[in-house]
Ligand binder design. Structure first.
Ligand code: BES
Ligand code: MN
Ligand code: ZN
Length: 486
């Protein structure tokens, strides 16, 4: 997709050279400043009861007299917040993407000044609206003909909007990559596939990728990670990707992504209904790859390391059993009371491994608990950190990226539940506060690290008719990493 800014020029929107024109109407009164043919069309549609100035309402018109663009769509945004404008952009793109238009011009009527956030929103909306999974579905409808999108703005807004479009394009490409990985079924997206994907990305975008196999992990003493992998015939991989955008001495940001390519629950097996969705259990890993891509594409002056422990969680003759005790890379022993709490078992060794990079901060990203979905639903990801400043940074990145998170507690009182008579720690406690207990477990493996944990069990994919990966939290993570760049 080709993203540009476009000046309205003397003729206004009506004279704009484009195949399709999308006008986002801010506010609940008819906007001033529209050219006569568009203003008249809008006023008449409102008067006739065919369009309302209410969020989400749409109007499509074809070959309007006096308007150069043959296709015109109006979408009401409600208020002028970037979030509302983005939502209206997605709706408008939905109206226009299937048509014959190749170049789309998008204009905002009745709002305030346009800035980088609007450019970023448009690129993100295009990525969201035009994505379609086709890898294993030959019957999927053909791709949209749209190949150029511009945001109409004033001369004084061009620089900021263009910068926003560039950033948004990189984030959208990262999110699309994450969606592509996560949507692939478990028999396609294996640990081996993820490792190959990481290598390929590294070559393309200029970062180093090292892939450790089972033997390498054994040597490192990753007894917890390997205990999950041992139930499957699919070989595990431990992926380490390094983007060096800043000086060698600059402490890196480390992202650790949960890469369970399929979670059956293991011997503590999950119920059959909806189990297919456990192919999305590598959403954290996918978001790490997507963020690396976005950051590298932008050439950000920051050091970023992505760590992905990846394997399947399967029942089998060699699988771990409830009550088994394993020794983690940190030396702490773990009593596995529930083999379905496997995410924390692979992440704890990855967190220990992360220490060698002397990171500035470490953030792990994981589809970790059903309890987080119960607590927060699907809109906000769960955020955990004992570090107030780091938590504030991540929350703010989420707000700016329109990919929001919500902080949950990590009080030491919760830790009581993870005590075991047979090991240093148990991998589960009671059901209550399950998302917090999972985070408390991880915290035991973070030592002196500045660490935060994102539970994306509710935000990484949609269920139901629109079942599919969302690409979250690539926008949050990219904003976070960029805010730490020089
Ligand atoms: N991958 C799941 C978490 C999950 C479940 C995400 C449902 C999204 C929807 C994780 O490995 C898991 O199974 N967690 C258990 C933990 C429990 C055994 C303490 C859970 O949430 O039920
Ligand atoms: Mn599980
Ligand atoms: Zn899982």
């Amino acid at each position: 997709m080709d993203f540009k800014t476009q000046l309205a020029g003397a003729g206004g929107l009506a004279a704009l050279a484009a195949d399709a024109l999308l006008v986002l109407v801010v506010g609940d009164t008819l906007p001033g400043g529209l050219d006569q043919p568009l203003a008249e069309l809008l006023a008449a549609a409102v008067k006739d009861g065919d369009f309302e100035l209410k969020s989400g309402k749409t109007l499509y018109a074809h070959r309007v007299a006096g308007v150069k663009a043959p296709r015109v769509a109006f979408v009401a945004t409600g208020d002028g917040a970037v979030k509302s404008v983005r939502k209206a952009m997605v709706t408008g793109l939905g109206l226009l993407k299937g048509g014959g238009g190749k170049q789309l011009a998008v204009a905002v009527a009745g709002g305030g000044e346009l800035g980088a956030a609007h450019g970023e929103a448009l690129a993100g909306a295009v990525g969201e609206a035009l994505y379609l999974y086709r890898e294993t579905k030959p019957s999927a409808p053909p791709a949209s003909k749209l190949h150029a999108v511009s945001l109409v703005c004033a001369k004084t807004e061009v620089a900021a909007v263009a910068a926003g479009l560039k950033r948004g394009e990189a984030i959208a490409a990262g999110a699309t990559l994450a969606r592509e990985c996560a949507n692939r079924p478990g028999n396609h997206c294996t640990p081996t596939y993820l490792a190959a994907q990481a290598k390929k990305l590294g070559k393309e975008y200029g970062f180093k990728v090292e892939v450790l196999d089972r033997k390498d992990c054994e040597k490192l003493g990753m007894g917890s990670f390997l205990s999950v992998a041992q139930g499957s015939d699919e070989p595990p991989r431990f992926i380490v990707a390094r983007w060096q955008g800043a000086g060698k001495a600059d402490a890196p940001v480390v992202l650790v992504g949960k890469g369970i390519t399929f979670d059956t629950g293991g011997i503590s097996i999950k119920p059959a209904a909806g189990m297919d969705e456990m192919k999305f259990d590598m959403g954290g890993a996918a978001s790490v790859l997507g963020t690396l891509r976005a950051v590298a594409q932008l050439g950000a002056k920051v050091n970023l390391i992505g760590i992905i422990p990846t394997c399947e969680n399967m029942p089998g003759g060699r699988a771990i059993k409830p009550g088994d005790v394993v020794t983690s890379m940190s030396g702490q022993t773990i009593e596995i009371l529930n083999t379905d709490a496997e995410g924390r078992l692979i992440l704890c060794d990855a967190l220990t491994y992360a220490e060698r990079f002397k990171p500035a901060v470490v953030v792990d990203i994981a589809t970790l608990t059903g309890a987080c979905v119960v607590a927060l639903g699907h809109h906000r990801s769960g955020l955990f950190s004992a570090d107030d400043a780091l938590a504030a940074e991540l929350l703010s990145a989420g707000e700016q990226a329109l990919d929001p998170a919500w902080r949950l507690p990590l009080d030491e009182e919760y830790d009581e539940e993870l005590k075991s008579n047979f090991a240093d720690v148990a991998n589960v406690g009671s059901r209550d506060g399950g998302a917090i207990l999972a985070a408390m477990f991880l915290k035991r493996f973070t030592g002196k690290l500045r660490w935060a944990h994102l539970d994306i069990a509710g935000s990484a994919w949609n269920s139901g008719k629109a079942k599919g990966a969302t690409g979250r939290p690539v926008p949050l993570l990219t904003h976070f990493v960029l805010s730490r760049a020089q």
